[in-house]
Design a protein. Structure first.
Length: 598
């Protein structure tokens, strides 16, 4: 071992200095001479993790653990496994780390994260509780705890926790992630503050890669950045858009850092772009450098702060124009995001000051939809779905964390006032089912009147089964988004209640675009009255369903080609402003199908 000591010291020096390629060579040289060298294995694994080579990282650290099973080594291997979506194995590593050091806060944090990804929300919440007991101000742990509880519809201390989070944001503390905050009905000013705190902590700006150069391309180079280019709700909404881009005016590029699931959707998306880059193995800096090398003109972040996002890519300012679209319902609070794509329902003009971005107003809905989506021809019977043949079926297929106790109160009163009715919900996790049944019974409703629908592998079958419901009841403060699009495409009437922020106004945007504004309630009381009236008036419900079916074919919500032209008009307008040397400013796209922004 002694002869390798200078080589190891040199490898560590190069590693600390950022010369990772040469450091890796020296670590491997040490291991060729001394395969049992713990330090070389450990630090080579660490280096691989730094460079997103997570499979190598977990292997080398795993070998180091065999020589010296330390808590730090188990944490490092667990993190690498976590990044590979091998969460069961990651949890086992974090368990080992905590067995060696029960007060290891980072291991608690990472175990909670993997448990959350495994949908073991109750166990994740327990870890966050332990973490807060060790450190009441641990960054973002309070928000993580509340969000985990909401996934399993555990509403204990909801108001108290919301108040504590609001107080923390007012004090500038790192208490909750921006996406998690959408369920709390925060003010727009609080949402902006939350986003800015997160950005400053998680993706500080680096020296901009784009230094003001003017590109002179025949076509505008348009890069869409996402980890959801696979069988995912966001991909379902956007596949038709990508396919319909005008290739004479735009060169479309996919920057994909999510999994390749081998699905038909993945194949469709890969065909839909001029160029498709799988960059999972690259760091944020490497991806930004790739985009700069390609001279991307407009970079479009499709995820914002949703699960699996990588906002650090655009923090490097790889493109002259950077846009937030679809994935995140609100402001990203980042100086490097120039525009957000919206409509006048989700961002009324008077709310623009609460957004760090300039607003691009599309004339109908900000949300794309694919008019080619298949709906299975199979006719599901209510009996096979566990629904009553004759009773009224209220339904909501939103994620469980969107179900607020105040809206659940309304739903239970509707069941009590509508004999033989049921509430049909998505089967998200066993704890949520148990808690929702208990909450129903506490409100005088038998738990069996809540029916839970399992996930179907076929999206076409899911759309077909929605026809078995009578009325989709939306949630507030976080509306149905892709699930609202599903319901309307399937011809299922949807009733929403308008909220204050973007997340609570999306369903209203869709209903305006399909010409059914009467399904938008201005208050919870009006929402409850409208739902009860529709449940009691079969003629009114039938007329609403018929109108929705007609409008699906005539109104803009599901006109994918029209949406694409409007979005392209926005891109052309912001690019022309840029070419004239003008700073980003608000853009409005005219309603006319071929209209240009004014």
């Amino acid at each position: 071992m002694a002869p390798n000591y200078p080589m190891l010291e040199e490898a560590l020096r190069l590693h600390r200095g950022g010369d990772h390629a040469r450091a890796a060579e020296l670590y491997k040289s040490v291991l060729c001479a001394d395969p049992q060298n713990y330090d070389a294995l450990y630090f080579l694994g660490f280096l691989c993790g730094q460079n997103r080579r997570f499979d190598e990282a977990q292997h080398f650290v795993g070998q180091a653990i065999k020589l010296n099973p330390t808590a730090d080594a188990f944490l490092m291997r667990g993190f690498a496994l976590q990044q590979l979506d091998r969460h069961e194995e990651a949890v086992a590593c974090f368990n080992q780390a905590l067995a060696l050091n029960p007060l290891f806060k980072e291991a608690l944090l990472d175990r909670a994260s993997s448990l959350f990804r495994l949908r073991r929300y109750e166990d994740a919440a327990a870890d966050y509780e332990c973490l807060l007991a060790l450190d009441p101000d641990f960054p973002f742990a309070r928000g993580n705890l509340l969000f985990s509880r909401l996934h399993c519809c555990d509403w204990r201390s909801f108001d108290e926790e919301r108040g504590a989070i609001a107080a923390g944001l007012a004090a500038g503390k790192r208490v909750i992630a921006p996406f998690d905050a959408k369920v709390l009905a925060l003010s727009l000013e609080e949402e902006l503050r939350c986003a800015r705190i997160w950005v400053a902590d998680q993706c500080p700006q680096t020296a901009p890669l784009w230094q003001g150069e003017l590109h002179a391309h025949e076509r505008i180079r348009l890069a869409y950045i996402s980890g959801d280019f696979h069988a995912h709700a966001a991909a379902t909404l956007t596949a038709g858009l990508f396919e319909r881009h005008d290739r004479r005016r735009f060169e479309t590029i996919a920057i994909s850092f999510g999994p390749d699931d081998g699905s038909a959707m993945r194949a469709t998306l890969m065909r839909g772009f001029d160029r498709f880059f799988d960059v999972r193995a690259k760091s944020d800096a490497e991806i930004a450098a790739l985009m700069r090398e390609m001279e991307v003109d407009i970079a479009v972040d499709m995820m914002g702060f949703t699960e699996g996002c990588r906002p650090g890519i655009l923090a490097a300012r790889a493109a002259p124009l950077q846009v937030s679209h679809l994935g995140f319902p609100g402001t990203m609070g980042a100086d490097t995001i120039d525009y957000v794509i919206a409509d006048r329902t989700v961002i009324p003009e008077e709310q623009q000051a609460s957004y760090a971005e300039k607003v691009i107003y599309l004339p109908d809905s900000f949300m794309p939809a694919d008019c080619a989506r298949a709906i299975a021809t199979r006719a599901f019977t209510r009996a096979e779905l566990g629904l009553p043949e004759k009773g009224f079926v209220f339904c909501c297929f939103n994620a469980s964390y969107k179900i607020a106790p105040t809206m659940f109160d309304i739903w239970m009163r509707l069941l009590l006032n509508t004999g033989g009715s049921v509430l049909w919900l998505a089967d998200t996790n066993e704890t949520a089912k148990r808690n929702l049944k208990r909450e129903a019974e506490a409100r005088g409703v038998a738990g069996k009147r809540l029916v839970f629908a399992p996930r179907l592998d076929s999206a076409a079958d899911h759309l077909a089964r929605l026809k078995a419901a009578d009325l989709f009841l939306d949630t507030l403060p976080y509306n149905a988004h892709a699930t609202a699009n599903d319901a309307l495409w399937a011809g299922l009437p949807l009733l929403t209640c308008m909220g204050e922020g973007f997340a609570g106004r999306v369903a209203a945007s869709l209903l305006h675009a399909i010409g059914v504004p009467e399904s938008i309630a201005e208050s919870p009381e009006a929402y409850e009255r409208a739902a009860l009236e529709l449940a009691r008036d079969a003629g009114a419900l039938s007329a609403l369903r018929a109108k929705l079916e007609r409008n699906r074919k005539t109104h803009p919500l599901f006109d994918t080609a029209l949406y694409t032209r409007h979005l392209e008009a926005a891109y052309v307008a912001l690019w022309e402003r840029h070419r004239r040397g003008l700073l980003p400013d608000g853009i409005t796209v005219d309603r006319a199908a071929s209209g240009l922004p004014r």
